[in-house]
Design a protein around this ligand. Structure first.
Ligand code: SF4
Length: 155
């Protein structure tokens, strides 16, 4: 469980969130504490909503940590994601990324660093982690299948 690209992409994304946290803490410590709590809640939401339906969580989660967390959360039936699942997951990820923006816009260096890290993590996930993932219900797989790039490379 866990792959080089899965673990490094999650580490790079986490680093982006730490940069966001630093940007908020620079001028608003209370909002930074709120953001830290939001990050914990959002991560649990993604694991409980999305990862809990992913067959990779048991032995093959490329990112390692989400799979381990999903394993201890209540099991969910392995059905396709509902609109509610997808909206909740997207909202949790959006909250993680968008919350620090008002503070980061006042700190251009941190703002640029934040987005470079987010883009690097997303590129590594889409380019290196998704092609090896075996989650048949992931929307990324559906989009790639429809565009003719859905060849699965199983370990
Ligand atoms: S591979 Fe599955 S368990 Fe791991 S992060 Fe992706 S969706 Fe979650």
């Amino acid at each position: 469980m866990g792959s080089l690209h899965g673990i490094t992409s999650l580490a790079v994304f986490t680093l982006a969130l730490v940069v966001g946290l630093m940007g908020i803490a620079h001028s608003a410590p209370t909002a930074a504490a709120l953001y830290a709590m939001l990050l914990g809640a959002a991560a649990l939401t993604v694991c409980g909503t999305y990862c809990a339906k992913c067959p990779c969580r048991k032995k093959a989660c490329g990112h390692l940590l989400p799979g381990l967390i999903a394993r201890i959360l209540p099991a969910r039936r392995q059905t396709p994601y509902s609109t509610f699942d997808l909206v909740l997951t997207a909202a949790a990820l959006a909250a993680m990324v968008l919350f620090p923006q008002p503070w980061l816009t006042r700190l251009p260096v941190l703002l640029v660093l934040f987005w470079l890290l987010v883009i690097a993590a997303a590129a590594e996930i889409l380019g290196r982690v998704c092609p090896r993932c075996r989650n048949p219900h992931c929307p990324v797989k559906t989009v790639k299948r429809r565009s003719g790039h859905g060849k699965q490379i199983g370990p």
